[in-house]
Design a protein around this ligand. Structure first.
Ligand SMILES: [Zn+2]
Ligand SMILES: [Zn+2]
Length: 288
């Protein structure tokens, strides 16, 4: 049940996109991204900008400081972001169904802050994504999972000899993310559930998950199913030079399908040309 078509509606969806306000994005026009989606025949387009990070988190994050400063919107940009997205939602209402939301970070220990953020802004959103971009690594600090090979190595190389231990750290964090209570606006979709593989070809971390890690994955998927949530079928990894696979990868895809968990296509576009990236491949996966 891969759903580029969301729900029972025959609707082509790009369920994960960013905007010109994203500090690590291209700065390209969000409106032009929407126009491309319309041209390609998408009927629903989810704008899911990175929600701000808790200020105190900066003190716990090791590695390159841009891992914090450029990870997300700043708190003082949230209203501008919502205005931008609402403007496009209204302007293109006759051509495409735009949903507004956030890609929210799961940060163990900061659940209350995140819940408060969603309590404040959730009513202005329609679809949100919950993602793990950070986990604890060297010296007990948090490190970025997807910033650079340099930071990934500094944070997690102690586990490179035993990749299953690295995967365990990641999937324990993912499990924590789906168990967390973020209140009535808890994000409905779990983002790129194999981001730990972004640099797999660079560091030789391509081994399939072993049975212990699959048990963690199954625990997370069971929870996702029970909560009627969805998975982000995220094509960004396929185009990352050191990943070369889609997120969440085949092992998790098969298990999610067995459980009947909806998978929603997401380009994770941060620029115009990436909107809809790989969607013919996804349609073929659906239709055979
Ligand atoms: Zn991003
Ligand atoms: Zn993400």
């Amino acid at each position: 049940m891969i759903k580029i078509l969301k729900g029972d509606e025959k609707m082509l969806v790009d369920g994960h996109t960013h905007t010109e306000l994203c500090p690590h994005g291209s700065g390209e026009s969000t409106e032009k991204m929407v126009q491309r989606a319309i041209r390609m025949g998408f009927q629903r387009y989810c704008i899911t900008e990175h929600a701000p990070l808790p200020p105190e988190f900066q003190t716990e994050l090791a590695g390159d400081p841009v891992g914090y400063t450029e990870a997300s919107l700043r708190g003082d940009q949230v209203d501008d972001y919502l205005d931008l997205a609402r403007g496009l939602q209204a302007k293109y209402a006759n051509q495409i169904d735009i949903s507004i939301g956030f890609e929210v970070d799961f940060l163990p220990g900061y659940e209350a802050w995140t819940k408060q953020f969603l309590a404040q802004y959730g009513a202005q959103t329609q679809e949100n994504i919950l993602s793990v971009h950070f986990m604890r690594g060297a010296q007990g600090h948090f490190w970025c999972i997807d910033l650079s090979t340099t930071d990934f190595q500094a944070g997690f190389s102690q586990w490179f000899e035993d990749p299953q231990r690295l995967f365990e750290q990641y999937y324990r964090t993912v499990l924590g993310s789906v168990q967390a209570d973020f209140g009535p606006y808890t994000p409905q979709r779990i983002g790129h559930m194999s981001l730990v593989r972004k640099y797999q070809d660079y560091f030789g971390l391509t081994a399939p998950l072993d049975s212990a890690n699959l048990a963690l994955v199954d625990q997370a998927l069971a929870r996702i199913k029970q909560q009627n949530r969805e998975l982000d079928l995220n094509l960004a990894g396929l185009y990352k030079p050191e990943c070369n696979d889609f997120y969440p990868g085949n092992q998790i895809l098969v298990r999610a399908q067995k459980l009947g968990i909806p998978l929603v296509y997401g380009s994770d576009a941060h620029d115009i040309k990436s909107v809809g990236h790989g969607y013919h491949l996804i349609k073929k996966l659906i239709n055979g």
